[in-house]
Design a protein. Structure first.
Lengths: 307, 436
């Protein structure tokens, strides 16, 4: 219709347009999640930005200090070494758990007797509480009474201090967390492996491809989206490592396992530096955001998505 | 998901504390805190209390008795489990403007807690009421409850370190058991003789997680050697002294000879002791119930002396928050009743804790208490050896961390006593010089 002298009828009201649109149903469906995320994630993220600009012990009234907390962070050697420990941990944890999970998933993706048992066995550590895992490893790795040192003794190998040695503790944490988190990655990979169409595998077999060639050229590329997801997820988890440290080494010995979030906890809840703790949280948040975007950007170029 | 959930939680807690939103610690806490009321001459107050299940049950019993005998006041008690968690909950409640009327809080938090305007300064109550008899509380308790000139808490729990030993291991090693006259060299010799790596047997145990648990044991040794933590004006580190080095050297020598079971902070030392692998512990009454259960033949005596037999005490406080004068008055009535000698004796008989008042030892039922927990009398009397307190300053937690690292370095053989102390002193002086 054209505007030809006839009075233009008023546009339908916003409410009516909304009610008629397909978007409304969609928004209604996601509303509970959006509200929860807003209340428990977005609003605290905003408030913690405010908090990071304050000097506060969280008890007495706070006062505004501008960027002083951030400036102090740049000169804090303890924060720098916490970043170092976190990076070392992440660089070890992510590849080991991704490669380990892939190997186990491939091994479990077969029809053999008792396969359900093996799958459950791999998954159990994930649902074991972190506190229990921590206590188990503390006892296993106890220098005097631990099982691991006992086995080393039987094999005639030298006794180790493990979590009580500043040069070994972080690596013990890597082993412990890989063990307890592997189950999650394995489940994702198993699901992805079972989503690979049989006909593709049959076709490559008919073409005479070896099992290794099939794995490399067919299976691995098709697992790309799953791998990207696991890498991003594991990296975020690794950069936020806290629970396992809290229940085992408490950042020690000699600060060798003080990672960023543990340092944040120390500052905010042991030293009463609430604003400083919030600034650390914010720097970590931005760091994780950048790393994740980078991973997704690389992923978009390298990962093959089947239609 | 367990780990991923944590960062928003921490960020959230910080944010809530900043914005003055509602309590993040769950419905029950905030409901309880706001549940206090005062109308028609009847007042309801809320008390937050933590520690072990034993304490929780005993506290319930006493609160019921108070409510029965005080018809105009109703006390609502909320148990929050391990006292370590109290701080986060109270921080959130303060931020939400709804703190409980009374909360159990660690003594080491007192200087920071005192900065909150809602914390009730108790001097007015104590000065107006001679029958409360403030001086009946042990000196170490009174020091920890006092920040500057303000009394901000009533002593809630007190403990101290004494020497607990395994009589069987002493017999096997063919050495006489510890006496109250023991010196450091008696202690050192015994620790070495009790050590046998082949049997996985240690002379002593030390909590070596660099936490306050590591640090306070070192303070006791420092005081025994005649040293002090800070200069009298609290502006300089003073532990970097001959006494400090002497205490560190004792740790170094025993550790180098594998005479110390180094506990990683999970408190395994207790089960190792109870299984007969450790000769001596420096520990408090909190371990006594389990030691009695383990059937180890044990004895208790005071700590060995270098210059003196000082010990260290870690008192905790009942802190009151102002929610209006009627509730404040009711809270004071409850605390006065709870810490009165007769009720305190009831409390310690139920829990095996130490009395918070000196006069409890003069009550008729006291011997029944000491017979029920053999050895407890030594800790009770040992409170008189707790003559010094840790510095009551807001930066103490940071100072503690610096010392914790020094002690841990020496125990692990990664640092020399003098070097570790000099480095810690430099850090502490930096902390003390920093503004705010």
């Amino acid at each position: 219709m054209t505007a030809s002298g006839i009075a233009v009828s008023p546009r339908p009201s916003l409410l009516k347009r909304l009610a008629a649109s397909d978007h409304l149903a969609g928004w209604a469906f996601v509303a509970p999640a959006v509200i929860l995320i807003a209340v428990f994630a977005l609003i605290p993220i905003g408030w913690s930005l405010l908090l990071s600009l304050q000097s506060t012990n969280l008890i007495a009234p706070a006062h505004y200090v501008g960027l002083a907390n951030y400036r102090a962070l740049t000169k804090d050697p303890a924060f720098r070494s916490a970043i170092g420990h976190t990076l070392v941990y992440t660089v070890l944890f992510v590849p080991i758990s991704v490669a380990g999970a892939l190997g186990i998933a491939v091994a479990l993706n077969r029809r053999i007797r008792g396969i359900r048992f093996y799958r459950v066995a791999v998954f159990v550590p994930l649902v074991t509480s972190t506190v229990a895992t921590g206590i188990i490893f503390l006892w296993l790795l106890d220098p005097t009474f631990g099982l691991v040192n006992y086995v080393l003794h039987l094999l005639g190998l030298p006794q180790q201090q493990f979590l009580q040695d500043p040069n070994q503790a972080l690596y013990c944490i890597v082993v412990m967390t890989v063990w307890s988190w592997l189950g999650f990655d394995v489940i994702i990979y198993l699901a992805a492996l079972q989503g690979i169409p049989e006909d593709l595998l049959e076709a490559s077999e008919m073409d005479g491809a070896s099992r290794w060639a099939t794995f490399r050229s067919i299976v691995l590329p098709l697992l790309g989206p799953a791998t990207l997801f696991i890498v991003v997820w594991s990296t975020i988890n690794a950069l936020q490592l806290f629970d396992e440290i809290y229940v085992t080494t408490r950042g020690g010995p000699l600060g060798s396992t003080t990672v960023i979030v543990y340092y944040l906890y120390q500052q905010a809840f042991q030293f009463f530096n609430g604003g400083y703790g919030a600034a650390i949280a914010y720097v970590l948040f931005l760091g994780i955001l950048i790393v994740t975007l980078l991973q997704l950007w690389i992923g978009r170029r390298r990962v093959y998505y089947s239609s | 998901m367990k780990r991923l959930a944590l960062l928003p939680l921490i960020v959230g807690t910080l944010a809530l504390a900043a914005c003055g939103g509602t309590s993040s610690s769950g419905g029950s806490a905030s409901k309880a805190a706001s549940g206090g009321s005062s109308s028609g001459g009847h007042t309801t107050i809320t008390v937050w209390q933590g520690d072990t299940e034993t304490e929780a049950a005993a506290f319930k019993t006493l609160v019921a008795e108070f409510n029965r005998t005080h018809p105009t006041i109703t006390v609502n008690s909320q148990f929050y489990g391990n006292s370590d968690y109290a701080l986060q909950k109270v921080l959130a409640a303060i931020a939400g403007g709804k703190p409980p009327d009374i909360s159990y809080l660690y003594g080491s938090w007192a200087p920071n807690i005192a900065t909150n305007p809602q914390v009730v300064k108790l001097n007015k109550f104590i000065n107006a009421d001679p029958s409360f008899n403030w001086n009946d509380f042990f000196p170490a308790e009174r020091k920890v409850a006092t920040v500057g000139n303000n009394i901000i808490g009533v002593p809630a729990l007190v403990d101290n370190l004494a020497l607990v030993y395994n009589k069987t291991l002493f017999q096997q090693a063919g050495i006489p058991t510890p006496t109250p006259q023991w010196t450091w060299s008696d202690f050192e010799n015994a620790a070495l003789k009790l050590t046998d790596p082949a049997k996985k047997q240690f002379g002593w145990a030390y909590v070596n997680d660099a936490s306050e648990d590591t640090v306070w044991r070192y303070w006791a040794m420092l005081w025994q050697a005649g040293g002090s933590i800070l200069s009298p004006d609290a502006k300089q580190a003073a532990f970097n002294s001959a006494a400090g080095v002497k205490a560190m050297t004792l740790l170094q020598q025993l550790s180098a000879k594998h005479a110390i079971y180094l506990d990683d902070g999970s408190d395994n030392y207790l089960s190792v002791f109870n299984n007969g692998h450790i000769g001596m512990l420096w520990t408090g009454p909190w371990d006594l119930a389990q030691i009695i259960q383990s059937k180890v033949k044990y004895g208790v005596t005071i700590l060995p002396a270098d210059q003196n037999h000082q010990t260290i005490s870690g008192p905790d406080n009942w802190v009151m928050f102002n929610n209006g004068s009627a509730r404040e008055q009711a809270a004071w009535t409850f605390l006065k009743w709870l810490t009165s000698p007769a009720i305190d004796l009831q409390w310690v008989t139920l829990t095996g804790d130490l009395p918070v008042r000196a006069s409890v030892a003069k009550l008729a039922g006291y011997t029944k208490f000491t017979q029920r927990y053999p050895g407890i009398g030594v800790w009770a009397a040992n409170l008189n050896n707790a003559t010094q307190a840790r510095p009551q300053i807001t930066t103490y937690p940071k100072i503690s961390t610096a010392i914790g690292q020094a002690v841990q370095g020496v125990l692990l053989g990664k640092a020399q006593p003098q070097q570790a102390l000099s480095q810690a002193a430099q850090q502490v002086n930096g902390i003390l010089a920093a503004p705010g």
